[in-house]
Design a protein. Structure first.
Length: 451
């Protein structure tokens, strides 16, 4: 359903009226397209404190000066006390207003040092600073914090956050590990492992088509967000397996045929779903996207057991069973990616969704527990996306005033699109994102609900 308020605020009378009444003034977001794959303008590099990073040696095209930058990267990894924290203000204060509409501000921080409480305090302060700035900048701009120790391991993450692909990701804190646990180094090691096992090696890494030579399985992919995820992964070079329930087989085949992939009609809640997937894909997969999900909303006092169990079975139990089965059978190849779909309902809660909130919070618990073990044992990363208000057929059926509240209660003052979730999923699925593990990234325009 079209966002008429967003269209109205783009007119002269709309701008005048909303300004006079103090109403939200959302700006149309600049999203990725083949014609406009990057944000127009320079990327300005600033520094606070003495940094050990060498960002100029990366492939990020950063510059020391720009009049109206499309993006600003502030390296604050060297901030270790309150005095150097003041340099964050000094660096950004003069340039914030000049950042282009739909521009990006990315603050780079360091992991908190448990042996230095001063460093830990001011590095944690960057989180409050980043989230607050994200609620101030307006005009479609986003602000995110990346904690890292290795600039090269963070290249895919910074490339994503500095691009139109991250249009609806703001106010997020993302931790990136070292090159020893991922990044471009892992791409090479995965190819070596494939060659040793006799499997065909993936194509050489291309940041414009990073999934070339890889196979991605997306559950619930016949429509909605799942279809957008399948489209985006295929755009990035993946051979996509479109999985959905037998009742949606016709739609799944339509999507698969359009993307040059294959359709797999299967009930993901079946006890043997993992074994059946493994049998259908004997050559294995490189990316597993757990997207299938349902809602059966009702307040707890009015919720029958069937509504509870059906949501938990689809949204959580099937994810657990299928993941376990595909890892145990080796169907998910070394260097692979698992991306699960959580929700801000699982982080902040939502009235009438105790079942849904429980299932999505369970996905978060799965990611945080499984990620370190799976990387160590299988070379596979595990992350989650947590969508906020996304414009789908489901949200179009929400009553008007609730729908409008959902759209406006975020820093960008508008709903997201399925492609926003898809772009974030594609970044986490990127073979260059091996240093990103155990993260839950909200795709919510920095929702004002929850942390």
């Amino acid at each position: 359903m079209a966002d008429r308020y967003l269209s109205f605020t783009g007119t002269t009378p709309g701008r005048f009226l909303t300004r006079r009444l103090g109403l939200p003034q959302p700006s149309p977001l600049k999203r990725w397209s083949a014609e406009h794959p990057s944000l127009p303008g320079d990327r300005l590099l600033l520094t606070a404190g003495k940094s050990d990073l060498d960002l100029t040696s990366t492939n990020l095209d950063l510059t020391a000066s720009a009049d109206k930058p499309a993006a600003v990267v502030l390296d604050a990894t060297g901030v270790r006390d309150v005095d150097t924290l003041a340099e964050v203000h000094a660096a950004l204060h003069p340039v914030v207003r000049s950042v282009a509409e739909s521009g990006r501000i990315v603050v780079l921080g360091a992991p908190l040092d448990p042996a230095d409480h001063h460093q830990a305090a001011v590095q944690q302060a960057l989180e409050g600073f980043t989230r607050s700035l994200g609620k101030e900048v307006g005009r479609g701009r986003t602000v995110n914090l990346v904690r890292l120790t290795d600039a090269h391991a963070a290249e895919s993450t910074l490339r994503f956050l500095l691009s139109p692909k991250s249009a609806y990701v703001s106010g997020q804190v993302i931790e990136v590990g070292s090159a020893q646990t991922g990044g471009s180094a892992e791409v090479g090691s995965a190819q070596d492992a494939d060659a040793a096992s006799g499997a065909p090696a993936p194509s050489p890494y291309d940041p414009d088509r990073p999934l070339t030579g890889r196979t991605a399985l997306v559950t619930g992919a016949a429509r909605g967000i799942g279809e957008a995820v399948a489209e985006t992964l295929a755009r990035d070079g993946a051979r996509v397996v479109v999985l959905d329930v037998p009742q949606a087989e016709q739609d799944a085949r339509r999507v698969a045929d359009r993307l040059g992939g294959i359709a797999l009609a299967l009930d993901i809640t079946a006890p043997d779903a993992g074994e059946r997937i493994a049998a259908a894909l004997p050559d294995g997969i490189d990316v597993l996207v757990h997207n299938a999900g349902i809602t059966r909303d009702r307040r707890l006092v009015n919720m029958p057991a069937e509504r509870w169990s059906s949501v938990l079975d689809v949204n959580l139990a099937s994810v657990l069973r299928t993941t376990d089965a595909l890892l145990a059978r080796g169907t998910l190849r070394r260097g692979g990616r698992i991306v699960a779909t959580a929700s801000i309902a699982g982080l902040a809660g939502n009235a009438g969704q105790t079942n849904y909130g429980a299932s999505k919070a369970g996905v978060v618990g799965l990611v945080r527990s499984l990620a370190p073990r799976t990387l160590a044992e299988h070379g596979v990363t595990v992350n989650a996306v947590a969508p906020g208000f996304i414009e789908t057929r489901m949200t179009a059926a929400v009553p008007l005033f609730i729908r409008e509240a959902g759209r406006r209660m975020n820093s960008l003052a508008q709903g997201g699109l399925p492609v926003d979730v898809a772009e974030t999923t594609a970044w986490l699925a990127d073979p260059g994102s091996g240093a990103v593990n155990g993260q839950v990234v909200r795709v919510c325009g920095q929702s004002l609900l929850g942390a």
